[in-house]
Ligand binder design. Structure first.
Ligand SMILES: [Zn+2]
Length: 553
């Protein structure tokens, strides 16, 4: 296991800054990003990257959307528009949704779009050739359903009823499932393993043998050992183990199709494209690594000899794709390496049931961020607290409103009081830190850094240090205490509340973002306007305004 970057104590400079690259798993570009996505891997990784930057590490990040996933085709066919246009439109909206919550990346591309496609195709081919050279490919016929949705002119590749066109009963848990995956138990199965197979666009008329490439890892227990190296939490390892017990260290790498990244082999009996949940998923990572290497002038973070610490993150529905597909592709060749950590989260529910676009049971991240005068910082705190890290959690609108208003009121009172006190003093006088308060700050910083440990990540616990710090200054503090409190607030608050803490940090005479090493380094400079927290309360009407439909009871 690669050791996590070391976090230096508060007020101590980082003697060994590590290079870290964070690349959460892509979103399928068949819809926007809702709060379930945002509060899961994306906010979580945003908090982690700020924590590492605050500790003096060099962090870069990249994200993509998948415009070739089969559900893009399904939606494009339903709406009768070009799948590439549909996917790129959603790519732009997803970027906006995430950015409106302060979640941004050093690069965020649609690899299927325009000139990006060449790079995507190159890394995909490099991966498949490397897997082939290492003897990790197996060409096998799989029985696939064909339906009657096409006409006599429909190419063979598009007659297969797979992906979003296919429905059935999960062979493992019996839940109703579609595609190649069961959302209920997380398992991955081939269409001919599903019970009660149906076509969602017509009728299945026959089953034919189609030859695809499959990944095969021959060394015993290699995947399980790799999961251990990536500090995968036990519940997710269990899903992976159950799959291996059933299917071995194997997974599909290509599917028949025309819309996607093609890979050719004489073994195939139709054209094949890379599968979005194994080879293509890893190719998205390699694309990010390639793009980042170009921008940073370093070798790709995924190159075998790279020292960069690699972090991935995704939801429970991508457990098999990441643990078997991506990790398997990383182990099955000699050119590229695996993630050093992969963080999985459970589902976030909305008022007790899954987010659903079709039922209008959804809150888009970009919609709630546009509520007039809402504090994105406070919203991020509320979302972080319900981050589904240990089990499913529920976004209950009433609880969200109550929590938001309680945090806002409390922070605004203390923050505005302390800034008023400091503002009333000559800046040369009000720039000393209080030793007793620094001891408390030190304890709270350590507590927060344990919650952010890359060996046992609990972003849902990060706000605790901030709320405790709110109680560490009395109602009429001495200016030295007010100054110390503000310095501490900018340090502890930055990962969750970047906007107000950066404004504060700059006002207090510092540059860039809050740095833990500078927590006790006062500055007599005051720059810019005095920062204030003046947001208004959140109301039920605000939340209602974000819902395409009504929240289901
Ligand atoms: Zn299942």
């Amino acid at each position: 296991m690669r050791r996590s970057p070391i976090i230096a104590p508060l007020s101590v400079a980082n003697a060994n800054p590590a290079d870290v690259y964070i690349s959460p798993v892509n979103l399928t570009a068949n819809g926007r990003a809702h709060l379930g996505h945002a509060a899961g891997p994306f906010l979580r990784m945003d908090v982690v990257q700020r924590h590492l930057k605050r500790a003096g590490h060099h962090v870069r990040s990249g994200l993509t959307t998948d415009g070739f996933e089969n559900h893009v085709l399904v939606r494009a066919a339903r709406e009768n528009i070009d799948p590439s246009d549909l996917a790129h439109g959603f790519h732009v909206e997803i970027a906006h949704d995430l950015a409106s919550l302060g979640i941004v990346f050093d690069h965020f591309d649609d690899p299927a779009y325009g000139k990006n496609l060449q790079r995507f195709s190159n890394v995909s081919n490099a991966l498949m050739e490397a897997l082939s050279a290492a003897g990790s490919l197996e060409f096998r016929a799989a029985r696939l359903p064909v339906d009657d949705a096409g006409s006599a002119l429909t190419p063979t590749e598009e007659r297969f009823c797979i992906g979003g066109w296919f429905g059935g009963t999960c062979p493992v848990c019996g839940a109703s499932a579609g595609s190649f995956f069961c959302e209920q138990c997380g398992d991955h199965f081939e269409p001919d393993e599903a019970r009660n197979p149906v076509s969602r666009r017509g009728r299945i008329v026959e089953w034919t043998d189609n030859i695809s490439a499959f990944l095969t890892i021959t060394r015993n227990d290699q995947l399980v050992r790799a999961w251990d190296d990536a500090a995968i939490e036990p519940g997710f390892v269990e899903i992976g183990r159950r799959y291996i017990a059933r299917k071995g260290q194997r997974m599909r790498l290509t599917v028949p199709g025309l819309h996607g990244v093609a890979w050719n082999s004489q073994q195939f009996n139709t054209r094949q494209i890379l599968f979005s949940y194994s080879s293509l998923l890893y190719a998205h990572s390699l694309y990010c690594g390639h793009k980042d290497a170009e921008a940073s002038g370093t070798p790709s973070a995924f190159a075998r000899n790279s020292d960069t610490f690699l972090i991935g993150a995704t939801g429970i529905d991508n457990t098999i794709p990441m643990l078997v597909g991506v990790t398997g592709c990383a182990l099955g060749q000699e050119s590229f390496r695996q993630f050093d950590r992969i963080f999985f989260n459970h589902f976030l529910l909305l008022n007790g049931s899954k987010f659903s676009t079709s039922r209008g049971h959804v809150i888009w991240a970009g919609e709630i961020a546009q509520v007039p005068d809402i504090s994105i910082d406070i919203l991020r705190v509320c979302l972080s607290e319900i981050c589904p890290e240990e089990a499913e959690t529920d976004l209950n609108p009433k609880q969200l409103i109550d929590r938001y208003n309680a945090i806002l009121d409390k922070i605004a009172v203390v923050f505005n009081r302390c800034t008023d006190i400091i503002n009333a003093m000559p800046s040369s006088a009000a720039c000393h830190v209080d030793d007793a308060m620094m001891l408390t700050l030190n304890r709270l910083y350590n507590q927060q850094c344990s919650a952010l440990s890359l060996d046992h990540l609990r972003v849902s616990h990060v706000s605790r240090s901030v709320t405790e710090w709110l109680d560490c200054v009395d109602s009429n503090p001495h200016y030295q205490n007010a100054y110390t409190w503000l310095m501490g607030f900018s340090i502890l608050g930055w990962p969750l509340m970047p906007r107000i803490t950066e404004a504060l940090w700059h006002w207090l005479g510092h540059e860039g973002h809050p740095i833990a090493a500078c927590a006790a380094r006062p500055s007599s400079v005051r720059s810019g306007r005095i920062p204030r927290i003046d947001g208004r309360s959140l109301t039920a009407a605000d939340i209602d305004g974000c819902l395409p439909g009504k929240v289901a009871p």
